[in-house]
Design a protein around this ligand. Structure first.
Ligand code: ADP
Length: 428
């Protein structure tokens, strides 16, 4: 880094420490041990896992994984973040293995919401697996962190106005629901010292209206009563995820035009009123998603403070998504005919571009060729959603002549064909 880039104040870098399920160690003790370990380590900081030192029996016994996070902003210009520039902020957590708890309605019907204890095992690694450009994830994380801080410090909402409602909108399959869950998981880890307990309630708005409306009203009432009970406990941080909010608007419209019973309008109104009530509680964050990209005409959307558009992945994001898929197939040995075996690391997009520019192909020809082919595949996937991209390697594998001897070049060629086929099936 050039001297002008060197900040005077230390840069805060998050270090997430995941305890083993069996660990009963006190988080404070683990935190201290990791702090000391990092001091001894004296290496630069880059996003990603770092090994648990095997000469430290306490950490070996208790810690499952240590991961450095959020250095991207500093490292992206190829600046190196040296240990003395960094103040590590250590977050110790243990994943809940309880799984979702589905609420049953009185008559044995599955109700329209799920409850999770965070951080949950099911959402582990989700944040890292979602790939967006232009710092979308960081922006959301910072926004939510500021909102929680303002609330905690008791900032008067009449003087400075903010709220804790986030809306992600964009085409289907772009990862909005996953991003909401991953964000809740991240925040539960980052704020665990302030809020030792954390839950996520997932409501599918659409399902609220698919059944009998008279039941829906009761469901909403029951749901919010439950949420209210949760947030009364001030050490609880509660996330409410409302998926597909556009169905609320649709139900309202249909009710007004008389094509649906007016009960539905009551349900929507009940939901909005309840949300307004929640707004005054400091320890709740409402996350919403919508598949409608145009302006969503619904009273509810005005309530959201941060409205982020989540679009189809760009070329670079497509490359990175496919790269992570391929890397996983190499790790698991599904892709077999590859030099350097399971240790093999594919270049990221930025590095590949640089290599192409410099015509730097002295390195193993085949691997460079593979990355170029991967870039071709990413080009061929224009217009496909992240969801389709993540399925592509599987579909291609199933279409191979000899899937048990999976050659990476053949797989990539088949992936390109599959991508074209998927694209031809997209609506205009
Ligand atoms: P949405 O709510 O927008 O319909 P989902 O959250 O259901 O989308 O996404 C489905 C899956 O697609 C995700 O679990 C993820 O595996 C994949 N996916 C979508 N977008 C991305 C992305 N930008 N990066 C990585 N994976 C993605």
């Amino acid at each position: 880094a050039s001297p002008s880039n060197v900040p005077h104040e230390k840069i805060h870098v998050s270090v997430e420490v995941c305890l083993k399920p069996s660990s009963t160690a006190r988080p404070g003790d683990v935190q201290k041990a990791v702090e000391q370990m990092l001091e001894k380590r004296s290496l630069s900081y880059v996003d990603g896992p770092i090994p648990v030192p095997n000469d430290d029996p306490f950490l070996m016994e208790n810690v499952h994984r240590i991961r450095i996070c959020d250095t991207d902003e500093w490292v992206k210009n190829h600046d190196i973040l040296l240990f003395w520039q960094v103040k590590p902020i250590i977050h110790v957590f243990q994943l809940s293995e309880e799984g979702p708890c589905e609420e049953l309605t009185g008559d044995g019907q599955l109700s329209s919401f799920n409850e999770w204890i965070l951080p949950a095992k099911e959402f582990d690694g989700m944040w890292e697996s979602l790939i967006y450009e232009s710092g979308l994830k960081q922006r959301l994380l910072r926004y939510a962190a500021s909102a929680l801080l303002f609330t905690e410090k008791g900032v008067d909402p009449f003087l400075v106005s903010w709220n804790r409602i986030i809306l992600l909108h964009g085409p289907p399959g772009t990862g909005k629901t996953s991003l909401c869950k991953a964000l809740a998981q991240k925040l539960s880890i980052r704020f665990s010292s302030r809020y030792p307990q954390c839950q996520l309630i997932e409501v599918n708005a659409h399902s609220l209206f698919s059944k009998w409306f008279s039941e829906s009203g009761k469901l909403v009432a029951k749901l919010f009563q439950k949420i209210q009970e949760m947030i009364e406990e001030e050490n609880n941080l509660v996330f409410v995820l409302i998926d597909e909010v556009e169905s609320l608007a649709a139900a309202r419209k249909a009710a007004l035009s008389g094509s649906e019973p007016s009960d539905s309008i009551r349900v929507v109104n009940a939901l909005l009123t309840q949300m307004d009530k929640l707004k005054s509680s400091p320890n709740v964050i409402i996350l919403t998603t919508s598949n409608i990209t145009a302006a969503i005409d619904i009273a509810f959307v005005d309530r959201a403070d941060i409205k982020a558009y989540v679009g189809p992945p760009t070329l670079q994001a497509r490359y990175e998504i496919l790269r992570s898929c391929l890397q996983e197939l190499i790790r698991t040995g599904i892709i077999s005919n590859i030099q350097g075996s399971s240790q093999y690391i594919l270049s990221d997009y930025v590095t590949l571009k640089e290599k192409l520019k410099m015509h730097e192909i002295q390195e193993v020809q085949t691997t460079f060729h593979l990355c170029k082919q991967l870039a071709e595949a990413a080009e061929a996937c224009e217009g496909l959603s992240g969801r389709t991209l993540r399925k592509l390697p599987f579909l291609a594998h199933a279409a191979l002549d000899n899937p048990y001897c999976c050659d990476p070049n053949k797989l990539l060629n088949t992936m390109i064909d599959t991508a074209w086929r998927e694209r031809s099936e997209l609506p205009d």
